[in-house]
Design a protein around this ligand. Sequence first.
Ligand code: F6P
Length: 197
Amino acid sequence: KCPIYITRHGESMHNLRGLIGGDSDLSPNGRAYGQALADFIHSEQFHEDDVDELTVWTSTLRRTIETASYLNIPTVQWRALIEIQVGICEDMTYADIEERYPAEWAARKRDKLRYRYPQGESYMDVVQRVEPVIFELERMQAPVLLIVHRAVARCLLSYFADYDQHDIPHLEVPLHTLLKLEPKAYGCDIKTHKLDI
Ligand code: F6P
C-alpha cells in the first residue's frame, strides 16, 4: 500500500485576514510554504521512491494550485476537493457571522458535523462529496500528495485514520504541515512534518 501525503495549501490572503470561503491567492508566507514544501519533497528526507512516482492532487481553487506550482510534479485538479462551501457566509470573519447571523452561529456550535451553511454545505456533505476521490486514491499504485483545505483535510484524515465522525470538524490540521499517512490493516500511521518557512 502506498503512502498518502496530505497538506493544506499555503497561507492565503483570506487566512491572513481571517475570512472564510472565497478563492484568494497565497500570502507571502503561503508562497514561502510552497517553496518549503518543494524543497522538502525534493530533499533526502523524503523517500526517493516516493518522489519519482508522486502525483499531486489539488482542488480547483487558486490557493491549492498555486501551492502545487512550486513542486514541478504532474498535478490533477479535482473540483470534489474544494473547501466546504459556506454559502451566505462567504468572505466573512467568524466574528462577522456571530454578529450578523447569531442563530446560524449557535446552530453550528451545537452540531458542527451536521450544520449546513444556508446555500452552502455541512461537513457531512463534504464527507460525501470527497468519496469518489477516496475510491480513486484507494486504487492508486503510486503515492499521492493531496494539497487541500482545512475541512477537506479533516474529512480525508478521519476516513484513513478511522476516526469517529463526530471528531471530524474538530481535528487539528495546522497550516504549513505535511502529513504522511501509511495505511495499515486498520487505520494508518501518521507522521507529521511541520515545515519551517
Ligand atoms: O479558514 C480557512 C477555512 O478553510 C475556511 O475557508 C473554512 O470555512 C474553514 O477553514 C473550515 O474550518 P471550520 O469548519 O473549523 O470553520
